[in-house]
Design a protein around this ligand. Structure first.
Ligand code: HH2
Length: 296
């Protein structure tokens, strides 16, 4: 028997628009978060954007290709990665952030687990704190709350160095959902006005866990907060398609991104922005049943 999609798509009412420090991002369509890793060791683009000029060029290119948000990170969290200290992370991200204008163009997001880095990035004007540590450090919640920034709580089981060593769940969707609900409530109680949730594809999950989460995204929509999904170039895409080199895992990534958007994800975190835009345009038209935003 061939499996067919058994649930149909989509969130009927999108989550409320997110106020981010004086600017507002609505979720009337799935938004694209382009990734900029200013790191020597990220799994798919390590070393490519350490040079400031190349990093700024990459931001400009992603903006032109249709990124709604640029997510800038100075620490790799790939499986097995070694942590970097705060000063080192700041040295990587701040020169880029200081040259970007937060008042126009894509929203800016800082991908960090360190309150000190989040605070410095917020001082430079970023709109969103993206924490793969799930906003567990009170300093992260306080930094976002104080500035009116949005914050992303992502689920990770364990630490990047060891997280892929035999992760076990009884029911991955139920456990990740209740973790995200708890973290979102904690952040809101600390004063964060817009908390987004992310099940953390690839963070302490087997390939089957990743697929199980993607097939049950409506359960995460029930959290009633903007839902972020990052599948781009990840190992499970390579495991399915046989494409070894992360930067060549584009087609598998785009199918998964379109699937996630059709199932209701609000933000797609991706390395290949132009291709993601086309994939999401197709997904939106299929979900809508018309070519244009409004049928003639
Ligand atoms: N994935 C990565 C990093 N940050 N943040 C969120 N919210 N969701 C994700 O799925 C996510 C994330 C890993 O990807 P990448 O940044 O490309 O790699 P590395 O951690 O090696 O820099």
């Amino acid at each position: 028997m061939r499996e067919a999609l058994t649930f149909l798509p989509g969130r009927r009412t999108p989550p409320a628009p997110a106020g981010c420090r004086g600017r507002v991002l609505d979720f009337t369509r799935a938004r694209i978060m382009g990734v900029l890793n200013v790191t020597p060791d990220s799994f798919s683009d390590g070393g490519k954007f350490v040079d400031l000029h190349r990093a700024l060029e990459a931001v400009a290119r992603m903006a032109e290709e249709g990124a709604d948000i640029i997510d800038i990170g100075g620490e790799s969290t790939r499986p097995g990665s070694v942590p970097v200290d705060e000063a080192g992370e700041l040295r990587r991200v701040m020169p880029v952030l200081e040259r970007l204008d937060p008042s126009k163009g894509p929203f800016l997001s800082i991908d960090t687990r360190k309150p000190g880095v989040a605070r410095a990035a917020l001082d430079a004007g970023v709109h969103i704190v993206n924490d793969v540590g799930g906003l567990s450090d009170p300093g992260m919640r306080e930094a976002a709350a104080r500035t009116g920034a949005a914050a992303i709580a992502m689920h990770m089981r364990g630490e990047p160095r060891t997280m892929q060593e035999n992760p076990v769940y009884e029911d991955v969707v139920r456990e990740v959902c209740s973790f995200l609900e708890e973290r979102a409530r904690g952040a809101e109680a600390a004063g964060v006005r817009s908390v987004w949730v992310d099940p953390g594809i690839g963070f302490g999950k087997t390939w089957d866990h990743n697929l199980g989460i993607l097939r049950r995204l409506p359960a995460f929509m029930a959290l009633e907060r903007p839902l972020v999904i990052g599948v781009s170039r990840k190992a499970f895409v390579g495991a399915i398609t046989g494409v070894q080199r992360p930067e060549e895992r584009v087609i598998g990534s785009k199918v998964a991104e379109a699937f996630a958007a059709m199932a209701g994800a609000d933000v797609i975190r991706t390395h290949d922005v132009g291709a993601a835009r086309e994939a999401l345009q197709m997904a939106a038209a299929l979900a809508r049943g018309s070519v244009a935003d409004r049928s003639p």
